[in-house]
Design a protein around this ligand. Structure first.
Ligand code: NAP
Length: 540
């Protein structure tokens, strides 16, 4: 028995959910959005840790669908801070009057497909039951946080925080002894700020990461004006670029260039504080180990320049994976922080974490007494938010079971056996390897256009065929295998979550090429999908 019936249910009111709602409403479709948080913004709602910023420049990290929105919103910094990005999400929600269709503080618990009526039945934790023709998971790639797999957290009397769901009122560590576990993007952004406040900061590092200075600064009026004048041209270039950020395509191998010239190229990217510029300096940076080594060594030399103690510099230097195959970071004073006497690095590969105790953190070697603990230990990425909901497709098959050995999808947008369901920036799409705003807009537009086409053509049900899905999965794997990404133990590979299948979960074929493929499939009347007509449109 359902409470209500709508055309589309969207899960999540981050940037994906907001834009999906906007598009569907423009098309005259009734849409309900369910959001677990009390406000919009998704990742920017939850990740309020000190120093949180986006690693894509603010002028690139915004919606392109509304020229008016582009002109009226002004970013303040090169890499604007989390409160400003969240403010932008709120502005979008207000400006387009989106909140009236969003139900906050509500988690979708299950979604069950009925093949006879071509509808999904969606149930929330508040007990609401909604029936819908289309079901869109806009739940984000990095939204289910994970704690370190060690016992004892409940015995620690002080506060324990996770960067992925930080208290809204903020935290002041002044005078406190703190432990931080994890040195990915969230740790690297927050450690300098937390350590500057703390009396003693002990950083527990499992794997050192590559990081470069963000070079953050206020934007000049001139920069903002120029971008506002050229948004159309800029957006078009971003849409067809590899990473969703227009940069000149490389033409040469790192190995055919003299060392001095190569280092000048890396230095130029370094000075811009632009990750993509370094990653795309040469055609083979992400594909050939020897080429990659040149970039990796460039960064390690920078770490040695900054960190005064050579042993500490070496401990902070990544050597176990190629540069770029785990998400590289942008920081503000990260390596410098370790020159302070009250900041300590514990290499937990050498002395593993054993437990959280009543006093602090214990490794195989010693107990570290602290007043507060921060987990910067990341997320069950890409699939976590999708499998957390009990999604059952045709004949009751569960998504969790189907993805037991790794995610399988057609285009990262749809899943065979799960008709009329779409995943925004789902696994096997470019998503996290690109500027997420560009990836989100492309997916949302494709889904909205698809739903519109189905309506116009009296199609009740669209379902990826097994064959199309198999071919896409194979293609994603093949393209991934031409790169160094699968060689790293990264969250892209699921390696950060014990027991998770080892699969490269993103598509590295490039945003532009992927867009072309999706457009082509749509233009062919949704090639690779089985289409079932509306019963009343079938001639008797
Ligand atoms: P992350 O990159 O997965 O880093 C988690 C850190 O915790 C890693 O150092 C990891 O070590 C460590 N860790 C995990 N489990 C552990 C355990 N059981 N014991 C000890 N250490 C453990 O997570 P994140 O820093 O939150 O970032 C996730 C992603 O979110 C980023 O890669 C990025 O895509 C996005 N993000 C972006 C920004 C930005 O744009 N500025 C900021 C934050 C996050 P291992 O490396 O050994 O697994």
């Amino acid at each position: 028995m359902t409470d209500k019936s709508v055309d589309v249910v969207v899960v999540g009111a981050g940037f994906s959910g907001l834009y999906q709602l906007y598009r569907l409403r423009e098309m005259g479709l009734t849409t309900r959005v369910f959001e677990a948080g009390s406000g919009v913004g998704g990742t920017w709602y939850w990740n309020r840790y000190p120093g949180a910023r986006c690693d894509v420049e603010s002028l690139n990290y915004s919606f392109s669908f509304s020229p008016e929105l582009e002109q009226e919103w002004t970013w303040s910094e090169k890499y604007s801070p989390q409160p400003e990005i969240l403010g932008y999400a709120e502005h979008v929600a207000e400006r387009f009057d989106l909140k009236k269709d969003i139900t906050f503080d509500t988690r979708v618990e299950s979604a069950v497909y009925d093949g006879d009526t071509h509808t999904w039945t969606v149930t929330t934790d508040g007990g609401e039951v909604v029936s819908t023709r289309f079901f869109v998971m806009a739940t984000g790639c990095l939204s289910v946080s994970k704690a370190p797999e060690i016992p004892g957290a409940e015995t620690f009397p002080g506060p324990i925080y996770h960067t992925g769901h930080w208290p809204h009122e903020g935290v002041d560590f002044t005078g406190k002894r703190i432990a931080v576990i994890g040195t990915g993007s969230s740790g690297i952004q927050s450690i300098p700020i937390m350590a500057a406040q703390a009396a003693e900061a002990t950083i527990f590092q499992r794997t050192p990461n590559f990081s470069m200075p963000a070079g953050n600064r206020p934007l000049t009026e001139e920069e903002v004006r120029t971008r506002k004048e050229n948004y159309r041209e800029y957006r078009e270039a971003a849409k067809w670029s590899g990473f969703g950020v227009p940069v000149p395509a490389p033409t040469r191998s790192a190995l055919e260039v003299p060392e001095e010239e190569r280092n000048q190229a890396y230095q130029a990217g370094w000075d811009q504080g632009n990750l993509v510029a370094i990653l795309t300096s040469y055609v083979d940076t992400l594909a050939v180990k020897e080429a990659n080594d040149t970039a990796a060594e460039f960064v390690r030399a920078k770490i040695r320049d900054v960190v005064k103690d050579p042993e500490l510099a070496e401990a902070l230097s990544p050597r176990s994976f190629p540069f770029g195959t785990k998400r590289p970071c942008l920081d503000t004073g990260y390596y410098e922080t370790f020159n302070d006497d009250h900041v300590h690095l514990v290499d937990i590969r050498k002395t593993p974490l054993v437990e959280i105790t009543t006093k602090g953190v214990r490794t195989s070697e010693q107990e570290y007494e602290v007043d507060a603990i921060v987990f910067a230990t990341g997320f069950d990425a890409m699939t976590g938010a999708l499998t957390r909901v009990d999604i059952r497709g045709r004949n009751g098959v569960s998504l969790r079971e189907k993805w037991g050995e790794g995610p399988r999808s057609y285009l990262g947008l749809t899943v065979a056996g799960f008709p009329n369901m779409f995943t925004i920036t789902g696994p096997s799409s470019p998503s996290v390897l690109t500027n997420m705003m560009v990836a989100i807009e492309q997916h949302v537009d494709w889904v909205a256009d698809c739903i519109g086409w189905l309506r116009d053509n009296d199609v009740a049900e669209l379902e990826a065929t097994d064959r199309a899905e198999d071919e896409w999965v194979r293609h994603v794997e093949e393209v991934g295998n031409t790169t160094l990404y699968p060689t790293a133990d990264s969250w892209y590979m699921g390696s950060n979550v014990p027991g998770k299948p080892r699969v490269f979960m993103a598509y590295i074929g490039g945003m532009g090429a992927y867009r072309e493929k999706c457009d082509e499939i749509a233009a062919k009347g949704y090639a690779g999908f089985a289409l079932t007509p509306e019963p009343e449109s079938v001639p008797a």
